[in-house]
Design a protein around this ligand. Structure first.
Ligand code: ZN
Length: 678
């Protein structure tokens, strides 16, 4: 069970108590037996103890034991009724087996032509107190293939069996696999290329009793949240396939990569396009309902409150529906309406969040092109945790984020603002091909853009603190094996190496060039028309803006996994007769390239690396007072570098801001205290 301000103890405390009571009844019964058989003297042997037990058997003891047994039967029966009768009980291996069967039976339909959902119209009725929601909807389906389609495959959610699936033309149900959630309809007249049709459906989300597994009820008294995963989907669903190599082997499935190869041309042609949404959502009179899109109108009817949302630009692939007793904070940025839906008691975070939202809108529209929507919704989602998530024109966060208000002040990182800027960066993500490098394009670019907002609107010191935080090994320790960034797919590559690499480029060739490359990518691929964008498209734009002298750096950052290792060994300084200071740095440099198996090869290095000398900085930000900062040509091995600075130095080092050397160590090896001589 858990407690949150929005949900209270719902929905898990009840089931938790029933399970505990059931086991408490067992404990009581065992306690009775233990008392009867307790060893109190020198009795030996079971016979003697059973004899004693019979003598100790009083009416009260018998009554207690009978009571406990009765409770076990009734409570056990109740738990069984909830977990096995009201709800279907499935073991993990049964669930895995169903997933495997789904793939075995229907994978062959993966690449057959299917229509695409271009828009959906929904009427959603949420009943928070009953824990129920009904959705009546229809999809507009368009055949974008160049062949006619004669059968439609509909994937249904095993948790919410859709009722009343109906096409607006004659269709015969030829297969209905309820367990694995797959249906096939055969159309009397095929859907011609370019033609469209409608699919109507009804879905009922209902919580009946409780389940054996910890289960988040989607509709609760306060803090309802569910997504379109409950609705029927068109075509074979790759997302349902088993991922674990062991599970796949056990079920006789061929190994599958998590993402297709970067060079897979077919995968780039699969565009889901942009989807519009028109939703009327009704809920209790005391609650506010949220759906993707702009709020057009709200009204009361029959003791309920209704909200009409419309997403005419794009509703995103995952559409969420919310209902709670929200307070709504509304403001504007140019002609964009920003609505913050938050728990009334959680408002301390709103101003900080909005500042970052505005700074992001400002910076991104200026550098990457227009914001695609006329609204932005920020929605607090019931539940603990500090996570934040972006969908089209919508940012959602758990309650913990609202309660997270770090103190501002000297040397402190404003991480919540950086995270908001990152999520806002996702609003400029373009439709991407599901191939290697996808996470680099989605998360890496969101962090790169978020970092620019921090630098421009919060100051370079905030960016430095953010990057220092990002270099910490938690939660993404540096990995030194695997595919290069262009094909990167694990979180370290996406959330760390990609933004580090792009940041290095901004320092070597200027942020404007990198921004230009990103803007061109968005201009060329923002429409989502296939072929969809990959890291290769971004890389092409980067190459185009990179001067010849730095092409080697692009290669080192993106095409291979390069690791730069710098170390400042000893730094001394002497005051000159002119009153300046002569600083001598003894540094070491090494460059290695790691391959996918983790084998590292040292490569010769001969390139520009920053050398910095610093005076006494602000508390908590020791590198705030650079006395000298210049690129020096550095080769592999040991060097002594001498520079002159105007004032007394305190710290000095090689690559002091970790442009290239990203490994964070307890003692920052790149920087040393200056020893003053003479
Ligand atoms: Zn993200």
């Amino acid at each position: 069970w858990s407690y949150s301000d929005m949900r209270g103890f719902a929905p898990l405390l009840g089931p938790w108590m029933w399970f505990k009571l059931y086991w408490a009844a067992w404990a009581l019964l065992l306690a009775v037996f233990a008392r009867l058989l307790w060893l109190r003297g020198r009795e030996r042997g079971l016979r003697a103890r059973f004899y004693l037990a019979r003598q100790r058997l009083t009416r009260a003891t018998v009554a207690t034991a009978a009571g406990a047994a009765g409770l076990i039967v009734t409570l056990g029966g109740f738990v069984f009724y909830n977990t096995n009768v009201l709800n279907k009980y499935r073991t993990d291996s049964e669930v895995t087996a169903l997933q495997a069967e789904y793939e075995q039976r229907y994978k062959r339909y993966d690449s057959i032509p299917q229509p695409r959902v271009t828009g959906s119209k929904l009427r959603v009725e949420i009943h928070p107190r009953r824990g129920e929601a009904e959705i009546r909807g229809s999809y507009n389906l368009v055949n974008y293939n160049d062949v006619a389609i004669d059968s439609i495959h509909v994937a249904t959610s095993p948790r919410a069996r859709p009722e009343a699936l109906a096409f607006d033309r004659k269709a015969a149900l030829v297969l209905a696999d309820v367990e694995r959630g797959h249906r096939i309809y055969s159309l009397a007249t095929p859907l011609q290329p370019g033609d469209s049709m409608r699919l109507g459906f009804e879905v009922r989300i209902r919580q009946r009793g409780f389940r054996n597994e910890s289960y988040d009820a989607p509709v609760v008294a306060n803090g309802t949240y569910f997504t379109n995963h409950w609705f029927p989907q068109i075509g074979y669903q790759q997302g349902r396939e088993l991922l674990s190599a062991g599970d796949r082997r056990a079920h006789g499935l061929a190994p599958r990569p998590v993402l297709a190869s970067l060079y897979n041309v077919e995968a780039r042609m699969k565009s889901s396009g942009r989807v519009t949404l028109d939703a009327v959502v009704g809920t209790d009179e005391s609650q506010v309902a949220v759906a993707p899109g702009r709020l057009l109108r709200t009204w009361k009817e029959g003791g309920r409150r209704y909200f009409h949302y419309s997403a005419d630009a794009d509703a995103g692939s995952e559409t969420g529906f919310f209902s709670a007793r929200y307070a709504v904070h509304e403001s504007k940025w140019n002609d964009v309406t920003i609505q913050v839906f938050h728990h009334p008691g959680h408002s301390a975070h709103v101003e900080r969040m909005l500042r970052s939202v505005r700074a992001s809108l400002e910076y991104y529209t200026k550098n990457y092109g227009p914001y695609r929507h006329r609204h932005l919704s920020v929605v607090e989602q019931a539940g603990n945790g500090t996570g934040m998530h972006a969908e089209a024109a919508m940012i959602t966060h758990a309650e913990g984020f609202a309660l997270w208000n770090p103190k501002d002040g000297a040397g402190r990182l404003d991480l919540p603002s950086a995270i908001v800027a990152h999520e806002m960066g996702h609003q400029w993500n373009i439709p991407l091909a599901r191939v290697e490098g996808l996470p680099v394009m989605a998360e890496g670019l969101a962090w790169y853009t978020g970092m620019q907002v921090m630098r421009e609107h919060y100051g370079p010191a905030q960016l430095r603190r953010l990057m220092r935080f990002m270099r910490q090994p938690y939660p993404y320790p540096q990995i030194r094996r695997g595919e290069p960034l262009l094909r990167g797919q694990d979180p370290y590559m996406a959330y760390r190496r990609a933004p580090f690499a792009l940041h290095a480029l901004t320092e070597y060739m200027g942020v404007d060039r990198v921004n230009t490359a990103l803007r061109r990518l968005i201009e060329k691929h923002g429409s989502g028309a296939p072929p969809l964008a990959t890291t290769l498209d971004f890389y092409r734009e980067l190459k185009a803006v990179t001067p010849d002298s730095l092409q080697y750096l692009l290669h080192d950052l993106f095409e291979v996994n390069t690791f730069w290792e710098f170390e400042a060994d000893r730094v001394t300084a002497e005051k000159t007769q002119a009153g300046t200071w002569q600083v001598t740095l003894n540094v070491r440099a090494r460059k290695v390239v790691g391959d996918s198996a983790g084998v590292e090869t040292e490569v010769p290095m001969d390139e520009l690396v920053p050398i910095g000398v610093f005076g006494r900085g602000e508390p908590g930000d020791e590198l705030s007072a650079p006395l000298y900062l210049k690129m020096h040509r550095i080769r592999s091995g040991k060097h002594a570098i001498t520079v002159t600075v105007p004032r007394e130095p305190a710290l000095a080092g090689i690559d002091p801001y970790h442009l290239l050397d990203w490994e964070e160590r307890e003692d920052d090896g790149n920087i040393e205290k200056v020893k003053i001589g003479k």
